[in-house]
Ligand binder design. Structure first.
Ligand SMILES: *[C@@H]1O[C@H](CO)[C@@H](O)[C@H](O)[C@H]1NC(C)=O
Length: 273
């Protein structure tokens, strides 16, 4: 990992050794109303999430564009956020240099005192004991408003812009640390009601922001990309399929739901250190 000014026990360096941590921040977006089509129906009072704050974002040279007149909640400038489509099955989009190194380090700083072993949502018949080892990272939930440095506020706003999913539909950030050999075995970020019981809302998408570089490993993996490896022989710990290597400041958005609101079978995801 290459994280510059991280202090104390988190003394990650810029030289090329094998580094012990992958840090990432994850935000889930939910769809209100289970399997509904109410993506953009939100309650009153979330105007904060809609108010443009383009001064916090990179804006390109406006002289190059003929700006359109905007609605009350539109922007009077052009925002440029580069992205690369990694796959259509699952829908996965990569955002290089989504955050600066300073922003990443600031987020690590916010998280580092609160890290606790990550937990799992349990299915019927599962207990903490018989699911031990499935998810071994440590992490902490932090909402944008709890971050006094306002870094998460800026990041959340930018994610909302990039995805056009209102901030009010995001859960708190989960800031995670994966040490060597830690992982989160293959899982869906959405909750299948057949396994987890009725859900009030559903997670539609996840956005990961990598806070550190890694020398080796640390991939986020989509083993069923484009329908591959779905013949039933896939072991939930295998390292196959589309792999995304963490690079500090880069973002990854993927959708766990299809456009008709049902869980996308190929959106199963696996995180490694
Ligand atoms: C949703 O779309 C998928 C893929 O096209 C399809 O297999 C599935 O049956 C659809 N589900 C519903 C409830 O429409």
């Amino acid at each position: 990992m290459k994280a510059k000014a991280v202090k104390g026990n988190w003394s990650l360096r810029t030289n090329k050794l094998s580094f012990p941590y992958v840090f990432l921040v994850c935000i889930f977006f939910f769809l209100a109303g289970f399997f509904g089509f109410t993506l953009f129906s939100h309650s009153q009072g979330d105007g904060d999430g809609l108010r443009p704050r383009q001064r916090l974002l990179d804006s390109t040279n406006e002289a190059e564009y003929n700006l359109m007149p905007v609605g009350e909640l539109g922007d009077d400038s052009i925002t440029s956020i580069p992205f690369q489509v990694l796959s259509w099955r699952p829908r996965a989009v990569y955002f290089p240099n989504f955050a600066t190194a300073e922003q990443c380090e600031s987020i690590i700083d916010v998280a580092k005192d609160g890290l606790k072993p990550s937990t799992l949502a349990l299915r019927q018949g599962e207990t903490e004991d018989n699911t031990k080892g499935i998810r071994t990272s440590s992490g902490v939930f932090v909402s944008a408003s709890e971050d006094k440095t306002r870094t998460l506020d800026v990041i959340e706003e930018k994610i909302a812009r990039a995805t056009m999913i209102p901030r009010s539909h995001g859960e708190a950030f989960n800031i995670l640390r994966y040490e060597v050999n830690q992982r989160y075995n293959s899982h869906y970020d959405a909750f299948n009601p057949a396994e987890y019981g009725p859900q009030k809302s559903q997670r539609m998408a996840s956005f990961l922001l990598y806070l550190t570089d890694v020398e080796e490993g640390g991939e986020t993996m989509f083993p069923f990309e484009n329908g591959l490896n779905m013949d039933g022989n896939y072991g939930y710990e295998d390292c196959i399929g589309l792999k995304v290597k963490p690079r500090q400041g880069d973002g990854l958005l993927f959708y766990s739901l299809l456009t008709n609101g049902t869980i996308d079978p190929v959106s199963i995801v696996h995180l490694f250190s």
